[in-house]
Design a protein around this ligand. Structure first.
Ligand code: BDR
Ligand code: CA
Length: 319
């Protein structure tokens, strides 16, 4: 029995690791991948999604380009965190993958998530790894389709107690497009927020990344080149000798239902422009959201063996 999923993503270094994990998990049927601006421009994130799927041998999965900017705010990307290309030191293009363009535009004028939902013949799980703009566009265009087809929405965004990574309070995905988060909250979908409260704990250290670079698997070596940049960023930014691979916990939770502990909160989001922009906070009048508050990091690392192989977490002394 497989779980049908759509992944909405802005690759992004932790996004490509997450896409690789999903692509190598036979329990998941990836109906489509939709892309958004975020860690890099839409053209680049789309190219990166196609390339990692090709490396994983899954070019058969449709990749549908979506929003190239937030609902109402100007476009901001994160070159200091993910590199201009979105994938750090990794070679962003494969043979015949063009000049960094998004590829053929979607043949439909419909939002990418609507197009993807039409490809599914039954209710699906929607996994979001970037700003929620694509989901908000889908809700504006065809709310009934979204409400009937999205059985579960699990997204990496937000933070309840943990310090933000974009301002004091907000994670990057919520900060990019707070209006989109507000629309998703307003739709009363079965949303699960996997935010910095748990993702901050999912780190890879520098030695592990170095070891991945020696893998015999071209996909793993490519991911290691991306991750090396992520380590450099985290080292500069917060003196962490490693990197936080936020997005993987969403797919991890689908594969291992006890990975995360959730509690139900009523949440709202700050849509102001000041220091609280993008803050997700508890409010009695807010939307009912399941929020991840604890994670079994050891179990997540075991799941990453599917991508990285058993060599990646060997102690250095064994080499
Ligand atoms: C989120 O923002 C991006 O930098 C990552 O890909 C992740 O989705 C963390 O705040
Ligand atoms: Ca992401």
């Amino acid at each position: 029995m497989t779980t049908a999923i759509i992944i909405d993503t802005d690759p992004g270094i932790d996004d490509v690791v997450t896409l690789a994990l999903a692509a190598r998990s036979p329990e998941l049927e990836i109906v489509a991948v939709t892309t958004t601006y975020g860690n890099a421009t839409l053209a680049r994130t789309t190219r990166n999604a196609r390339h990692v799927l090709a490396l994983a041998g899954r070019s058969d999965i449709p990749v549908i380009p979506g929003a190239d900017r937030p609902l109402v705010r100007p476009l901001v990307t994160a070159p200091e965190t993910h590199g201009e290309s979105g994938v750090g030191h990794a070679e962003p293009e494969g043979e015949g993958e063009g000049e960094g363009e998004a590829g053929p535009p979607s043949s439909s004028a419909l939002p990418a998530v609507v197009v993807a939902l039409h490809l599914a013949d039954a209710p699906i799980t929607l996994v979001t790894l970037g700003p929620l703009t694509n989901l908000a566009h889908a809700l504006r265009t065809d709310p009934d389709l979204v409400v009937t087809r999205v059985r579960r929405h699990i997204g990496m965004f937000g933070s309840l107690h943990e310090r933000g990574n974009t301002n004091r309070w907000a994670d990057f995905n919520a900060w990019c497009d707070p209006e989109a988060v507000a629309e998703v909250f307003g739709a009363e979908l079965p949303t699960e927020m996997v935010g910095l409260d748990v993702t901050r704990r999912m780190t890879l250290d520098r030695a592990e990344v170095v070891r991945l670079g020696r893998s015999s698997d071209p996909l793993v070596r490519w991911l290691a080149d991306a991750l090396r940049f992520y380590v450099e960023f985290h080292c500069r930014q917060e003196r962490l000798d490693g990197c936080v691979v936020n997005d993987v916990l969403t797919i991890g939770q689908l594969l291992e239902p006890h990975l995360l502990d959730f509690a139900r909160f009523r949440l709202k989001i700050d849509t102001g422009d000041g220091e609280y922009r993008g803050r997700t906070l508890s409010d009695p009048a807010g939307a009912a959201i399941r929020v991840a508050l604890d994670v079994d990091v050891t179990a997540m690392r075991r799941l990453l063996d599917r991508v990285f192989g058993h060599a990646w977490d060997r102690p250095v002394a064994e080499e």
